[in-house]
Write a protein that binds this ligand. Structure first.
Ligand code: LLP
Length: 430
C-alpha cells in the first residue's frame, strides 16, 4: 500500500507513541489535541507504555524470588507511582519526601528500600515508623546514626550496606556511581570490616548487600563484573558468620534514546540466577531498583515553536520548553529525539532547538534536520525519566503540566503551575 506521507522512522517510545495519518499519537490520542487543549510545554505519558515496561520485568522474574523496586526519582508523579503500586511494584526511595509520595500513592512499606548517601535523622525516623523493608547504608557514620535513631524508637533497623565494587559502568561520568572516586557506597575492600561494626551496633539488623554502579547502562558486562565481586563478598561474610537474605542490584538498565540496544531485564536476571546457583547461593532473594527503564520511553514533552531565527552560523528554533523543563541536554549533553507532531512536507533545515532561558546551555536538541514553522508543536522523545522530575522554576517559569493517556482518554495528573504558585511560600521583610 502506498502512503501519501513520507515514512516516519520509529519513535523511541514506539508503539505507544506513533504516527497515524501523519499525526503523532500517544496511544489513541492525537498529541496535537492535547497541545491545543492543555497548552505547552506539556509532559504526556502513556499508561500502556508503563504497563508494558513493568511487564518486561514481571515476565523476566517469573517465579523467581525478586522484588522490583521502582527507582522513583526517575518520575515521582503520583499517578505514575500509583500505577506501579497497583502492578505490585516496590519502591526505591532516596528521601523523606519520596517516602511521603510513595505512601501517598499506596505503596506497601514492606516493599520499600531506602537508598541515598545523606539520610537525616528525621528521614530515618519516618522510614522506621513506616516499617520499610531495608535501609541501604552508605557509610559508617550513617550506620551509627541509624542505630541510635532505631534504638531511640525501641526497634532495630534492617540494613544492607551499599558496597562500591569499583567497576566502570561505561556511562556518562555524572551518572556513573560504582567507581572508587564516586561519593557513593563503601569500598568493597572495607566492606567486611564495616559489616562487622554494623553487627556490633544494637539498633541494627543486617539483612542484605546492596550496590548501584550507574545509570543508562547499555552494556551488561559491568553488571556481571560487579556481581562476581559481590558474590565473593557474600561468601566472605558467610565465613565470618554474617548471613544475608537478599542482594540488591542497583538500577541501571538503559533505554533507547537513539540507536542504543540496551540489555533486557531477562538477560540480566537469567545470568544473575545462574551465577547464584553456581556459587551455592540459590537461597538469596534479589532486589532490583530500575528507574529509567520503567518510565523513560513512556513519556514525551510537547513544546511549541515560538520563533525561527536564522543567523550566519546557526539556525535556531526557539521553543517554549527550556532547560528548566528538561535539564538532561544541558547537564549531560543528552540526546533526545525530537519531531513535529504534525510533520509537513518541504525542505529540511538544520536547527538547534533552544529554550527561552538566559543561558547558552539552554538547548534541547542540536543540529537536527527539521521542516518546521512558527507555531508548530514538537515532541521531545524519551522524556518519561529524569525529565519532569528534574524540572525547576529557573527564570521564574511555571513548571509544565503532566497528562497521562489511557487508550483514547487522557487525565491531567499535574496541573500547570500558575504565576501565583510562583510566589507561594515567600515573604518580604517588614
Ligand atoms: N537506585 C539508586 C540508588 C539510584 O541512585 C538510581 C539512580 C536508581 C536506583 C535508578 O537507576 P536507573 O534505573 O534509572 O538507572 N539524572 C540522570 C540519572 C541519575 C541516576 C541516579 N541514580 C539522567 O537523567 O540520566
Amino acid at each position: 500500500m502506498t502512503s501519501r506521507f513520507p515514512a516516519q522512522p520509529e519513535l523511541a517510545g514506539h508503539p505507544y507513541f506513533q504516527f497515524r495519518n501523519n499525526v503523532l499519537y500517544a496511544e489513541d490520542v492525537p498529541l496535537s489535541h492535547l497541545a491545543e487543549r492543555l497548552g505547552t510545554p506539556l509532559y504526556v505519558y502513556s499508561r500502556a507504555a508503563l504497563k508494558a515496561a513493568w511487564e518486561s520485568y514481571r515476565s523476566a522474574v517469573g517465579q523467581r524470588p525478586v522484588l522490583v523496586c521502582y527507582g522513583m526519582k526517575a518520575n515521582s508523579n503520583l499517578a505514575v507511582l500509583k500505577e506501579f503500586a497497583r502492578l505490585g511494584a516496590g519502591f526505591d526511595i532516596v528521601s523523606g519526601g519520596e517516602l511521603k509520595r510513595a505512601l501517598a500513592a499506596g505503596a506497601d512499606p514492606s516493599r520499600i528500600v531506602f537508598s541515598g548517601v545523606g539520610k537525616q535523622a528525621w528521614e530515618m525516623r519516618n522510614a522506621l515508623a513506616a516499617k520499610v523493608k531495608c535501609f541501604n547504608v552508605e557509610s559508617e557514620a550513617e550506620l551509627r546514626r541509624l542505630s541510635e535513631v532505631a534504638q531511640g524508637m525501641g526497634v532495630r533497623a534492617p540494613v544492607s550496606l551499599r558496597v562500591n565494587p569499583d567497576v566502570d559502568a561505561q556511562t556518562h561520568p555524572y551518572i556513573s556511581t560504582g567507581l572508587k572516586e564516586n561519593k557513593f557506597g563503601i569500598a568493597i575492600e572495607s566492606a567486611l570490616d564495616v559489616y562487622r561494626s554494623a553487627q556490633s551496633l544494637p539498633g541494627l539488623e543486617i539483612v542484605g548487600v546492596d550496590c548501584h554502579i550507574g545509570s543508562q547502562l547499555t552494556d551488561i558486562s559491568p553488571y556481571f563484573d560487579a556481581l562476581e565481586k559481590l558474590l565473593d563478598l557474600i561468601e566472605r561474610l558467610a565465613q565470618a558468620g554474617i548471613r544475608i537474605n537478599h542482594l540488591d542490584l542497583g538500577g541501571g538498565l538503559g533505554i533507547r534514546y537513539t540507536d542504543e540496544t540496551p540489555p533486557s531485564p531477562k538477560a540480566l536476571l537469567d545470568h544473575v540466577f545462574e551465577r547464584l546457583e553456581a556459587r551455592g547461593l540459590g537461597h538469596l532473594h534479589l532486589v532490583l531498583e530500575p528507574g529509567r527503564s520503567l518510565v523513560g520511553n513512556a513519556g514525551v514533552l510537547l513544546t511549541t515553536v515560538q520563533y525561527l531565527k536564522h543567523s550566519e552560523a546557526r539556525n535556531f528554533a526557539i521553543v517554549d520548553a527550556a532547560m528548566n523543563d528538561l535539564l538532561r541536554p544541558a547537564l549531560y549533553e543528552a540526546f533526545h529525539g525530537i519531531r513535529p507532531v504534525h510533520p509537513r512536507a518541504g525542505q529540511e533545515t538544520v536547527y538547534d532547538v533552544v529554550g527561552p532561558v538566559c543561558e547558552s546551555a539552554d538547548w534541547l536538541a542540536r543540529q537536527r534536520k527539521l521542516v518546521i514553522e512558527q507555531g508548530d508543536v514538537l515532541a521531545v522523545e524519551s522524556a518519561g525519566a529524569y525529565s519532569m522530575a528534574m524540572a525547576s522554576n529557573y527564570n521564574a517559569r511555571p513548571r509544565a503540566a503532566e497528562v497521562m493517556v489511557d487508550g483514547d482518554k487522557h487525565y491531567v495528573v499535574r496541573r500547570r503551575e500558575t504565576l501565583d504558585d510562583l510566589l507561594k511560600g515567600e515573604s518580604t521583610l517588614p
